[in-house]
Write a protein that binds this ligand. Structure first.
Ligand code: DQQ
Length: 587
């Protein structure tokens, strides 16, 4: 028998044996015991995060129906109440927040109960109808394992916490159309409304060797008719999971509501397949119900991704409180399934990111929501430090296992950069071949995160700068090869070009480190790489952070600011004791 972990949830605590709750431990009531219990928990569970959303136990995946409603942010998410693995019986767990960082758990919003979702309640989205009426469209897995689309409404719209949801009695509203297999029809988007009042929604699918967004229209949100053509399809893609379709302003970082359609916006179509979230930017021709992208997906490494590491099934929403568009995603584990059973949990949510269209109109830019800065503590900084070839310096004075770092590099003598024809190369492959140990000219330089003092364990997030004909190209890599002395982990190296001109702009990096997750934003958010790492030794207080330059040319750290991050107050939904009334009603 494997006594694998203790869990502390709200004001109750219990012991898990082989992932099953077997004993309540009410004896841990005084503060000292609770504090030692926390220390025990962190020592036993060094890979649990401090400020990322995760569940105390079991499996979680896609964010569902994120929205801002009557002063409260809502995060629903796919959750398996029965196991640390994915399985039948998936529910919509529910947490809510006033700032997108601290969350309190609520009861599950949707659980399998009816013929139209007898097996599972899968992913979907929320739409706020005129008159401030939120609704959910979600995929039910029916008793025959067919994927169908269902509607649910809040029981009490005047409750900002939207605790109870009622499934529409005439579900399902949409069933797999002719030519679409019953298991290739899922994940409705947030709906948008055309100028004539017609509601539209797309569903992810795959048919005739094309991944696609099937378009449905409705006058009343209940009766839906399939449009003749998909809103978009591409032969270069697989089954589209969790599509997302939304407008972005062409000249502002502000977000716009999903129904906005005018000359000051362009549209983004995102699809999740092949373990990544890919997107294209284009024009939505409302009258013809066509999306005309500037370029189709190519099926190559040049396709744009929200994140070039681990980041999947994302969903965005318009935040009317701060006029911005927010993006959330599932970040899965890269240890083994056996490890997940031992840990008793699997999956995290990314830090919510604000997204907007880059001024060049070609791609999106992402940045952690500003509310995250409220967790910053103990700032340390370094200005104007020369990083000679082969040098490493420790960023001390912060909690390196739980930190936020911003660093900017100046590159003198740029013209000495190595030549590369970037049209011929796959950035991820260069990062893999020329990992952090391979000396170049400009680069590798960057950060060594979750590292042991002697650097035997380290995750290197670094840049290389190349000359490409008349331009310069900045490559960003995340090298997990030495991230852990444990062997059985997925240590894939990730890489992407960052669309900045280093002649005009310093090469910058922001990295969020949280025990087993590292989210890195290169070029002020133009390329992002998220990874999961599980060091054996560089855990908790044994973790260190360094800046390094392993290139033959020196670079200058123009400035480095680093903060220890405080723990966020997070309880997940649906678990015993997770409804924190004090906290949830405090505003
Ligand atoms: N996860 C859900 C599906 C979706 C997939 C099931 C994407 O609805 O297609 O948990 O991760």
């Amino acid at each position: 028998m494997d006594i694998s972990l203790f869990l502390f949830v709200g004001f109750s605590c219990f012991l898990l044996i082989n992932g099953n709750k077997v004993e309540d431990c009410d004896y841990l009531t005084d503060k000292t015991s609770l504090q030692s219990f926390h220390v025990l928990l962190q020592a036993e569970q060094p890979y649990r995060t401090a400020y990322h959303f995760q569940s105390p136990q079991n499996w979680l995946n896609d964010p569902n129906g994120p929205m801002y409603y009557k002063g409260v942010y809502h995060l629903f998410y796919q959750y398996n109440p029965n196991s640390a693995w994915f399985g039948d019986g998936m529910v919509w767990a529910h947490s809510a927040s006033y700032d997108l960082i601290n969350w309190f758990g609520l009861d599950h919003a949707l659980v399998p109960s009816e013929p139209f979702d007898a097996i599972s309640c899968w992913s979907g989205s929320a739409t706020i109808l005129p008159g401030d009426k939120p609704v959910i469209l979600y995929t039910g897995i029916d008793a025959n394992y067919n994927q169908v689309q269902n509607l649910a409404n809040p029981k009490n719209e005047s409750d900002p916490l939207l605790v109870e949801w009622v499934k529409y009695s005439r579900n399902p509203l949409m069933t797999p159309p002719d030519g679409v297999k019953g298991d290739n029809f899922r994940d409705p988007t947030t709906a948008w409304q055309g100028p004539d009042g017609t509601w539209k929604v797309v569903i992810g699918s795959y048919s005739n060797s094309q991944g696609m967004a099937i378009l449905y229209q409705s006058q009343d949100f209940v009766h839906w008719t399939m449009h003749r053509d998909p809103l978009y399809s591409s032969s270069k893609t697989e089954m589209w999971e969790c599509p997302d379709f939304f407008p972005v302003s062409i000249n502002s970082t502000n977000g716009v509501d999903t129904s906005v359609e005018n000359p000051s916006v362009r549209h983004v179509m995102k699809a999740s397949f092949n373990s990544h979230d890919y997107y294209i930017v284009g024009t939505y021709v409302t009258e013809q119900e066509r999306f005309l992208p500037d370029a189709d997906f190519t099926g190559t490494s040049s396709d744009l991704r929200f994140d070039y590491g681990k980041f999947y099934a994302s969903k965005s929403f318009f935040d009317g409180k701060k006029n911005r568009r927010i993006l959330c995603a599932w970040v899965n584990e890269s240890d083994s399934m056996e490890d997940d059973l031992k840990k008793g949990w699997s999956g995290l949510q990314s830090i919510p990111r604000q997204i907007w269209l880059d001024l060049n109109g070609k791609q999106l830019v992402q940045w952690p929501v500003e509310e995250l800065n409220s967790l910053r503590d103990n700032e340390v900084y370094v200005y104007d430090k020369q990083l000679e070839s082969g040098s490493v310096f420790e960023v001390s004075g912060i909690t390196a296992s739980q930190a936020d770092i911003e660093i900017m590099f100046e590159l003198p003598k740029l013209e000495e950069a190595e030549f590369i024809d970037t049209s011929l190369v796959d950035p991820q492959l260069i990062c893999d071949k020329q990992d952090a140990s391979v000396t170049g000219k400009f680069g590798p330089f960057g950060l060594l995160a979750l590292a042991t003092k002697d650097l035997t364990e380290q995750t290197a997030i670094f840049f290389r700068v190349f000359r490409d004909h008349k331009d310069y190209k900045v490559l960003m890599c995340s090298d997990q090869k030495r991230s852990s002395l444990r062997n059985e982990l997925d240590k894939t190296t990730y890489g992407a070009f960052v669309d900045i001109d280093p002649q005009r702009e310093m090469v910058s990096l922001r990295t969020l480190i949280d025990h087993s997750i590292i989210e890195s934003f290169g070029g002020k958010g133009r390329s992002v790489i998220t990874t999961r790492v599980y060091p054996k030794l560089a855990i908790n207080d044994e973790a260190h952070l360094f800046a390094f330059n392993n290139g033959s040319l020196s670079v200058r750290v123009s400035r480095l600011n680093a903060w220890s991050m405080n723990k966020a107050q997070i309880t997940a939904g649906g678990e015993p004791g997770t409804i924190s009334e004090d906290f949830s009603r405090k505003k």
